[in-house]
Design a protein around this ligand. Structure first.
Ligand code: 5RP
Length: 338
């Protein structure tokens, strides 16, 4: 193993369109003026009156044909200022039980809440572990029915009534779809039914494009799953980052957030977040790479700086190291395989 400083290991992306060779301009991004009443999806604020527009990103994160309640709930999740979102996912127990790092979800979540735009979890954890004075919008997991003991996780149903979602003041409803799995039709029908219910009550739906064991997480498959989710009525789609992610975003007419996936080094997770938002995601719905970090509060803050403040992964890593260092002996080094 080699210990090396990683602060300068990658040049930060030039975020100034005036500078020749700006990678965003080269990639077709545009700098647009901010206009009152216009709700463009933005990527990386560069000045108070302008924003970066990725060529592939949907031009709006919501539209005015939506009812006020639907718009209001979406605005609580995706910031109307940055058009971005840091969602904290702690719903893993719905099929994994007391999974590592989430044995006591209330304790894990409490210090992270000030930095989360939304909290994704089940009604059981919400009612039992989260204080009801919580002001963070709730994205309620409403699908389930299988456990990790099954080979096939796709056999899901809707597990929460719309009345109960309203009762807990859910800002969005989250459901998994398993495109290409044995229960594909059932999970897509669940999504369509949930969108009808959400539409009736003004509650947006987040579709999670879960990947079956045989499915490859590539742009072709994830693009298919995301587009189908949007076609069936999802208001936000959660998927994985992949090579060619821009194509996934380009083919999906609603905002896309990425899952973090399995725990990886913090440095790599920050790069993942940076690449995702640079390639058109409106943000992250991240779980393990935050709550399994030894420095979860520093980690969510670093992710937040990428998503909302236009930090590069390098800048976010430097900030992470500084914050984590203050919280407990982390040096400006990264362990990399020799
Ligand atoms: C499981 C989920 C989880 O919320 C999601 O995958 C968790 O995020 P992460 O992968 O970042 O831990 O939807 O189906």
């Amino acid at each position: 193993m080699v210990l090396r400083s990683c602060a300068k290991s990658r040049a930060p992306a030039t975020a100034n369109p005036q500078v020749s060779g700006c990678p965003r301009v080269a990639a077709g991004w545009q700098v647009r003026p901010r206009t009152v009443g216009c709700l463009p999806a933005t990527v990386g604020k560069i000045a108070a009156t302008t924003y970066w527009m990725h060529p592939a990103i949907p031009s709006r994160v919501w539209n005015y044909s939506m009812d006020w309640g639907m718009q209001n709930r979406l605005a609580g999740i995706i910031s109307p200022t940055t058009r971005r979102c840091v969602m904290l996912a702690v719903d893993h127990g719905y099929f994994q039980g007391p999974t590592s790092g989430l044995e006591q979800p209330g304790k894990v979540v409490a210090p992270l809440l000030p930095f989360a735009d939304a909290l994704m979890l089940t009604r059981g954890v919400l009612r039992n572990c989260i204080a009801p004075d919580c002001r963070v919008p709730i994205v309620l997991r409403v699908s389930g029915g299988t456990s990790v003991l099954q080979d096939d996780l796709s056999n899901e149903d809707l597990t929460v009534s719309i009345e109960d979602a309203v009762r807990v003041n859910a800002s969005a409803l989250a459901i998994s779809i398993f495109v290409g799995s044995e229960h594909e039709k059932q999970t897509l029908a669940n999504l369509a039914r949930l969108c009808d219910e959400g539409q009736r009550y003004g509650i947006p739906v987040l579709a999670v494009t879960a990947v079956g064991k045989q499915m490859t997480r590539d742009a072709r498959y994830l693009g298919l799953a995301c587009r189908i989710a949007a076609e069936l009525g999802a208001h936000i789609v959660k998927t994985y980052h992949c090579e060619g992610f821009e194509k996934v975003v380009a083919g999906c007419p609603v905002p896309v957030v990425i899952a973090g996936g399995k725990k990886i080094e913090e440095r790599e997770a920050l790069l993942l977040a940076y690449r995702a938002v640079s390639e058109g995601a409106v943000g992250v719905d991240m779980g393990r790479n935050i709550f399994l970090s030894n420095w979860p509060v520093s980690m969510i803050q670093a992710v937040r700086s990428i998503v909302h403040e236009g930090s590069t992964d390098v800048q976010a890593w430097e900030a992470f190291v500084e914050m984590a260092g203050q919280r407990g002996a982390l040096h400006m080094t990264q362990v990399v395989p020799s």
